[in-house]
Write a protein that binds this ligand. Structure first.
Ligand SMILES: [Zn+2]
Length: 359
C-alpha cells in the first residue's frame, strides 16, 4: 500500500486563512461547562432549577448576559428533546460533545485491552442506549507486534429502524499504546467519539434518518509499531472483512470516519483519496454554515479507518485534522480541543447527512 500516515507538520501546508473564531452559533460557546452536571441528560433534568437559580443571580448582580446565555443553552437542549426540527445540524452541540470527550479522557489512557477502554465502552453504550440506539460488541483477536490482542468494535443501529442501515459513521475510540508516556488522546481517540455520541442524539431527533445509519466505534486504529498491512487499523480491517463475509458490504452506500476533529485551531485536511462526491457534499455543507475555511485537502495520503471501507467498495471520507502539533505526544490533552471545533465538524456532517447522504 502506498499510503503513509505522516505528520502534516513535517510538510508545509498553506493555511487558507488565518484561524478565526467566527461562526454562526456563537451563543453556544458562551455557556460555561456545567461541571456539576457533566452529562447531557442530567443537564436537561436540572434545567428549570438552573434557570431559577441563574435568574436570581442575574437579579442580584450584573450577570444578565451570562444568565441569558445559560438559559439559551438550556432552552436549546430542552427543545432538542421534542424532535420538532428538520434542521438537525442546528441541534448539534459542541458543548455536549466536549463533555463526552472529557468523560472519556477522565478514564485515562485507553489502549486496546485496558480497563479504561472497557469503561469507555460502557459509557458509550449507555449514552447511545439512552437515545434509542442498540449496540453490539464485535469482539475479535488479532496478532500484533505485542502478541495476540483482543479488540472490541461497537456497532450501533437505531432500535426503531425497520430497514437495514445504508450509511456508516465511524470513529476510533482507542488511544495509542505507550509504555513510557501518559498519553490521554483528547484529540486523537477522544474528540471524534464525543462528536459521534452527540451525533447519535441528534440523529435520533429524526428517526427516519437515524434508521439509515450504522455507528461504528473502532478499536485498535493505532499501530503498535508502525502502520503496515498487519499493524494498525485492526478494528476497521476486521469490521470490513466481516461485512464482506456476511455479504453486507453492498448494503452501504457510503460512510464518514471522524478522527482528530477537536483541535482549537481547526483545519480539516481531507485525504486525497476522499470520494469526490462526498467531499463536494462536505464542502457545500461547510459553505452553507459559513465555516468553509476550516476545510481543505491534505497534501499527503492519510492512512486511517476509511481505507479498509473504501477497499471493500464503500465510498468513505475521513474527516481528520492532521495539522496537529501535539499528535502522539503527552500534550494531546483537553487544553488542545474546543467545543467550537467539535461543533463545526459535527454541524457540517449533520447538515451533509440530512440534506444529501440520507435524503
Ligand atoms: Zn493516533
Amino acid at each position: 500500500m502506498a499510503t503513509i500516515r505522516h505528520r502534516l507538520t513535517d510538510v508545509v501546508i498553506p493555511r487558507e486563512v488565518e484561524e478565526s473564531r467566527g461562526h454562526t452559533k456563537s451563543f453556544r460557546y458562551g455557556i460555561p461547562p456545567l461541571r456539576f452536571a457533566p452529562f447531557g441528560m442530567t443537564v436537561f433534568a436540572h434545567c428549570s432549577r438552573l434557570a431559577t437559580a441563574v435568574t436570581m443571580v442575574a437579579m442580584r448582580a450584573r450577570f444578565v448576559v451570562a444568565a441569558a446565555l445559560l438559559l439559551a443553552g438550556c432552552g436549546e437542549t430542552g427543545s432538542s428533546q421534542k424532535a420538532d426540527t428538520q434542521m438537525i445540524w442546528e441541534e448539534f452541540s459542541g458543548a455536549n460533545a466536549l463533555r463526552h470527550v472529557q468523560q472519556m479522557v477522565d478514564y485515562g489512557p485507553r489502549p486496546p485491552g485496558s480497563e479504561a477502554l472497557e469503561r469507555t465502552r460502557v459509557y458509550i453504550i449507555d449514552q447511545l442506549e439512552r437515545v434509542g440506539w442498540e449496540v453490539t460488541r464485535q469482539s475479535f483477536t488479532d496478532e500484533t507486534p505485542r502478541g495476540p490482542m483482543t479488540f472490541v468494535n461497537l456497532i450501533a443501529t437505531f432500535a426503531a429502524a425497520k430497514q437495514p442501515p445504508s450509511f456508516i459513521l465511524g470513529s476510533h475510540y482507542d488511544t495509542k499504546f505507550y509504555s513510557d508516556i501518559h498519553f490521554l488522546g483528547a484529540n486523537d481517540g477522544g474528540s471524534s467519539n464525543g462528536v459521534l455520541v452527540e451525533m447519535a442524539r441528534v440523529l435520533a431527533l429524526r428517526p427516519e434518518l437515524a434508521a439509515k445509519v450504522q455507528l461504528v466505534f473502532f478499536d485498535g486504529e493505532e499501530a503498535y509499531v508502525s502502520f503496515t498491512d498487519t499493524d494498525g487499523l485492526y478494528g476497521s480491517r476486521h469490521f470490513a472483512k466481516q461485512l464482506v463475509a456476511e455479504g453486507k458490504a453492498k448494503q452501504f452506500r457510503g460512510g464518514i470516519v471522524f478522527d482528530m476533529v477537536g483541535d482549537k485551531s481547526l483545519t480539516i485536511t481531507l485525504p486525497p483519496d476522499s470520494p469526490r462526491e462526498i467531499a463536494a457534499g462536505i464542502f457545500a455543507a461547510a459553505d452553507a454554515l459559513n465555516v468553509r475555511k476550516h476545510f481543505t485537502y491534505s497534501p499527503g495520503d492519510i492512512l486511517d479507518d476509511h481505507v479498509p471501507l473504501n477497499a471493500i467498495g464503500i465510498p468513505t471520507i475521513d474527516l481528520i485534522d492532521f495539522d496537529f502539533p501535539a499528535w502522539h505526544t503527552p500534550g494531546d490533552t483537553m487544553e488542545q480541543i474546543s467545543a467550537e471545533s467539535l461543533d463545526i465538524v459535527g454541524s457540517v456532517a449533520a447538515r451533509y447527512l440530512a440534506e444529501v447522504a440520507l435524503k
